[in-house]
Ligand binder design. Structure first.
Ligand SMILES: *Cc1c(COP(=O)(O)O)cnc(C)c1O
Length: 397
């Protein structure tokens, strides 16, 4: 069997995917990070500070909840990893806090970030408020219109939100603008990327910071059941909650890893974000991965009802897990996700984020036996999606 990597080699490659494809102007920033990130992340003092913040500020460990109604419905033992109970409402705070601490260790005083729906922007602005860092968030002008409550949160937290007017005025344009900012201020600024994407070492940094999710799952499942789970399921936008939920199981071949992408209005509809189904190898935002692109390498606009999954690529580790078949990639439509969100709400009393609802809906496509323990990563809560849920509900009734 082909070798499977959970960490990249020194050039940032997981098999054939990864690397650092950046303009020469970014070399100093990237090289500084490449040279220093592992010794900082593994440093005892850093780990102690990070773990204390995760415990007392974020509220970790997050519970592993046995969902009895879902279990009865699907004929297996369904457990939910409750990342929705984290401070700020999703897994993103794990990465934002870890990278803000990393930035301080690098002597940086200013943080920049990009955000689509505003979730990563809010998590970053939160970490910066806590740690006394100056914060600037780039956000597409279209997204600013769509996500006013999160814009207000970031501003109240003290962040400067800059509207990006280029391109389609959405996430990928915000990433480009953030990279431009970083080039112009290499010495005092750290760029906190929001998912397991970007040039090496970002995918590895974000994966390691999010790997607390699978570290906890493993311990919690073993405590509750005495065995490893049959499967771990997580949704994939860029892939950070899935990378975190998979990491400590990658070398346990008996654990099925299932990644769920957004099929939007259907994989073949032209309005989809199912990257592995539609994409081909290519370079996006500084690394080689699988990308939704046309024959000329132009990125195809993705679509998903959930802003967090509306991304035309996946991180390089996911491209590797896909290519080696270590993880299985499936897709769920907008409608299937919304229906799964209503089922969870009405049967378990938990309103999930639309992104997480994709992971739940995957259960409809999978077959398990009654003894199988299946862990679904509930990446975030649904407060931010109430408008979408209510309009769906009102149209149906
Ligand atoms: C941002 C977000 C995602 C998608 O990002 P990943 O990096 O793929 O995890 C998923 N769920 C929630 C709740 C989010 O906020």
């Amino acid at each position: 069997m082909e070798k499977i990597y959970k960490n990249p080699d020194e050039n940032g490659y997981y098999g054939e995917f990864g690397g650092a494809f950046v303009p020469e102007m970014l070399y100093p920033n990237i090289q500084e990070l490449q040279n220093k990130y592992l010794s900082i992340l593994n440093d005892t003092e850093f780990r102690k500070t990070f773990e204390e913040l995760l415990k007392y500020y974020v509220g970790r460990d997050t519970p592993l909840y046995f969902a009895s109604s879902l279990s009865a419905r699907y004929g297996c033992k369904v457990y939910l990893k409750r990342e929705d109970l984290n401070h700020t409402g999703a897994h993103k705070i794990n990465n934002a806090l870890g990278q803000a601490l990393l930035a301080k260790r690098l002597g940086k005083k200013r943080i920049i970030a990009e955000t689509g729906a505003g979730q990563h922007g809010v998590a970053t602005a939160t970490a910066c408020a806590l740690l006394g860092l100056d914060c600037t968030v780039y956000m597409g002008a279209v997204d600013i219109e769509r996500q006013q409550p999160n814009v207000g949160r970031m501003q109240m937290l003290g962040a400067q939100v800059i509207a990006v007017e280029s391109g389609s005025k959405t996430l990928k344009d915000a990433v480009n603008e953030a990279l431009r900012d970083w080039i112009s201020r290499p010495t005092d600024t750290h760029y906190i990327i929001g998912s397991v994407v970007g040039p090496h070492p970002f995918p590895d940094i974000v994966t390691r910071l999010q790997s607390v999710i699978s570290e906890e799952i493993k311990q919690q499942v073993l405590e509750k059941t005495g065995a490893l789970p049959a499967a771990v399921i997580a949704c994939v936008g860029g892939g950070s909650n899935a990378a975190g939920a998979f990491y400590h199981f990658i070398e346990d071949p008996q654990v099925q890893l299932i990644a769920v992408e957004a099929a939007g209005q259907g994989i073949e509809s032209g309005k989809s974000a199912a990257t592995t189904a539609l994409g081909t190898p290519g370079i996006l935002h500084g690394s080689k991965s699988i990308v939704m692109q046309d024959l000329h390498g132009q990125v195809i606009e993705p679509h998903s009802i959930s802003a967090g999954l509306d991304y035309p690529g996946i991180g390089p580790m996911h491209a590797h897990l896909f290519a080696t078949k270590r993880a299985q990639y499936i897709a769920v439509t907008d409608q299937q996700a919304v229906e799964a969100a209503f089922s969870l709400t009405q049967e378990e009393g938990i309103i999930p984020a639309l992104e997480s609802a994709h992971a739940l809906a995957a259960l409809d496509q999978l077959q398990f036996c009654s003894e199988d323990v299946v862990v679904v990563c509930l990446s975030g809560r649904g407060d931010k999606d109430m408008e979408t849920y209510l309009s769906y509900f009102n149209n149906k009734h």
